[in-house]
Design a protein around this ligand. Structure first.
Ligand code: 5GP
Ligand code: ZN
Length: 114
């Protein structure tokens, strides 16, 4: 989608600090980090939200979690702990409408989240 910020990052038209990418997935540092490690993991494919995941996306979603685990190890937060968060819709505060998984860690976190 031409007017999508994260499609722009996927296409290289918008700069991002990319920490991992392959044919299906891109991971880059959040521009406004909420923890020492805050990485966004996205499918290259434009999927709007959790509500738009289809049967044909099952392998893709599984791969995103595998990438999350790989990055957690690489970033040194595998043992201390981390969260993988997807905000969906207004109450959750979703602000970019291209599916993204926040990988957050490197500090103690509260539960329940605010
Ligand atoms: P959401 O609020 O939709 O769950 O998460 C969107 C995230 O994208 C926010 O954490 C925000 O800081 C991040 N973000 C917004 N614009 C940019 C950008 O241009 N570059 C990067 N790297 N992150 C962005
Ligand atoms: Zn997009």
């Amino acid at each position: 989608m031409s007017d999508c910020l994260f499609c722009g990052i996927v296409d290289g038209k918008i700069k991002a600090n990319v920490v991992y990418q392959n044919e299906r997935v891109v991971a880059f540092r959040d521009i406004s980090p909420k923890a020492p490690v805050h990485i966004l993991i996205i499918p290259r494919k434009h999927v709007i939200s959790v509500l738009d995941v289809e049967a044909s996306d099952h392998a893709l979603i599984g791969e995103i979690f595998q990438v999350a685990g790989r990055l957690a190890r690489e970033q040194g937060i595998a043992d201390s702990g981390f969260r993988v968060v997807v905000n969906s819709g207004p109450d959750a505060g979703q602000s970019v409408f291209h599916l993204h998984y926040h990988l957050i860690g490197g500090r103690q976190m509260a539960w329940p989240p605010g």
